[in-house]
Design a protein around this ligand. Sequence first.
Ligand SMILES: *[C@@H]1O[C@H](CO)[C@@H](O)[C@H](O)[C@H]1NC(C)=O
Ligand SMILES: *[C@@H]1O[C@H](CO)[C@@H](O)[C@H](O)[C@H]1NC(C)=O
Ligand SMILES: *[C@@H]1O[C@H](CO)[C@@H](O)[C@H](O)[C@H]1NC(C)=O
Ligand SMILES: *[C@@H]1O[C@H](CO)[C@@H](O)[C@H](O)[C@H]1NC(C)=O
Length: 452
Amino acid sequence: MNNYLYTISIFMLIIQCHFKWSLAELKSRNDVINHLGTRTPYRFRFNKHDDRIKYPKCKDTKIWMIVRHGTRLPSAENIMGMYNELHELKNLIILQNKLGKENGISLSGNLNKEQIKGFKDWSCNLNVEEAKFLTLEGKDEMILLAERTRKRFPNAIKHKYDNKTFLFRFTATQRAHQSARYFTQGLFSHSDAQNVEFAPATKVDHVLRFYKHCDKWQKQVKKNPDTYKEQVLLANSSEMNRTLESVTKRLGLSRPVTLDEVNLMYKICGYETSWNKFDVSPWCYAFDTESAEILEYYHDLKHYWMDGYGHNLTYRQACLALQTMFKMFRSDHDPFATFLFAHSGTLVKILTHLELFKPEQPLTAGLIDKTRQWKASYIDCFASNLAFVLYKCKDGDHVLTLFQERPIKLPMCDKELCPLKQLEHYFYDSIHKCNYADLCNLDKEEKDKNSQ
Ligand SMILES: *[C@@H]1O[C@H](CO)[C@@H](O)[C@H](O)[C@H]1NC(C)=O
Ligand SMILES: *[C@@H]1O[C@H](CO)[C@@H](O)[C@H](O)[C@H]1NC(C)=O
Ligand SMILES: *[C@@H]1O[C@H](CO)[C@@H](O)[C@H](O)[C@H]1NC(C)=O
Ligand SMILES: *[C@@H]1O[C@H](CO)[C@@H](O)[C@H](O)[C@H]1NC(C)=O
C-alpha cells in the first residue's frame, strides 16, 4: 500500500471509531456513566492541559505522587457471577422481551430492539486466573498520565532515568506492578524504561497499604458491624425497593431482581464501560440516571464509613504514607521524584487525612445529598492520583498539590501554592507522632478479649 492510501485508511479508521463511540455514548441517552463509582474510567476525569506549571520566581524541584492502579478486571467472584447470574439474566431478558412483544402485554420493558441485540451479543470470556489484572485501558491510563505529568514538571522529573533521582514502588499485586511499569514507559525513553529499578514489593507494606495489616483498624473499623450500618439500612429501604422495581421493569422481567443481581449488573456496567471505550455495556441499560445514583450512593456509604470520615483511625493512619512526602521534601539526599502505585483504599484515606471532599454531614441512608462532594465517581476512579510538587521559590519552599492532575487548594492553605512550613506546622503530628505500633497494635486487654 502506498503512503497516501495508508494515511487515508488510518484516517477512516479513526473517524469510524470516533463516530461509533460518540454515537454509542449518545445512545445510552442518560447519565449512568457518570455514576459508576470506583469503576469510573480515568478518561472521563483526567486533565488534558499539560503545559508546564510555572510560578514566578519558583522552580519545580521535587515530586511525590501516589497513583491508584489503572482499570482492572473484576474479582474472581464477579467473574464467576458473569458466567452464572448474568448469563442466566441475559437469557431471561431475551426470552421475556420476546414473549412480551408477541403477546403485546405489559411485561415488556423499556428496552428497544438494539438494546436487546446488545444482550444477545454479550458474553464473558474472562479467565478467573486473571482476576483483578490490569487491562489495556489501564495500560493506556498509566502511559498517558506519565507523559502529561513529565511535561508539567520538566525540572522535577528529569528526562533521563537514574536510580538515585527516581524512586518507584508498588504493592505486591499484578495490577500495581504493571501500572508502575507502564508509567515508567510514559516517563522515559524505551531503553531507559527497561533499566528502571523498582523497590522490592512486600506482602506487608506499612506505607502503601498501611491499613491492611493494621490490627486495630481491622477490628475497630473493617470488622465492625457499625461500619456497614447505613449501607444495610439503605439496602432495606423503600428507596432501594423502588430501584429494584425500576430495574426489573426496564429489563422487562416477570420476577423481581434481587439486590445482589442489581449490584452485579451495576459493577459489570462499570467495568465494561471502563475497559471498552467503543461500545456500551448492555448491563448499563438496566439503569436510568436515578437508579444508578442510588447504586452509586449505596457504595459511597460504605466508602465513607470504611475508608473515609466515618472513623477517626481510618484516616489518622494515613500519616504513614504522607510522612514519607514530608521527609523527602526536607531531605538533601533522598530521591527527587517518588512514584507510588497502590489502591483505592490507600488514596481515599490519604485524601481524608488532608480533609478533602468532606461532606457537610455524615453520609446516612435516610438523607441522600446529590450535591455531596464525597462521590467515588469523582474522587476514586481508576488511576486516581494525588501529587505534591516542591517548588523552590525566592521566598522559600512551597508545595503545590494536584488531584487528578489539577492544582487544588488544600483546606488548611490560603492558595494552591502553599508554604512548606505552613503544612509542616499543620501536620506536625502526622510527621512527628506517627507510629505504626501506636496506631495499629491492639491494647493488651483488647487482645486478651479477642483471643477468648
Ligand atoms: C544504581 O546504578 C548504578 C550504576 O548506574 C549501580 O552501580 C548501583 O548499584 C545502582 N544502585 C542501586 C541501589 O541499585
Ligand atoms: C428490613 O426491613 C424489614 C421490614 O421492614 C425488617 O423486618 C427487617 O428486620 C429489616 N432488616 C434489616 C437488616 O434491617
Ligand atoms: C417492594 O415492596 C413491595 C411491598 O412491600 C413488595 O411487594 C415488592 O416485592 C418489593 N420489591 C422488591 C423488588 O423487593
Ligand atoms: C478522634 O481522635 C481524636 C484524637 O486524635 C479524639 O480527640 C477524638 O475524640 C476522636 N473522635 C472520635 C469520634 O473518636
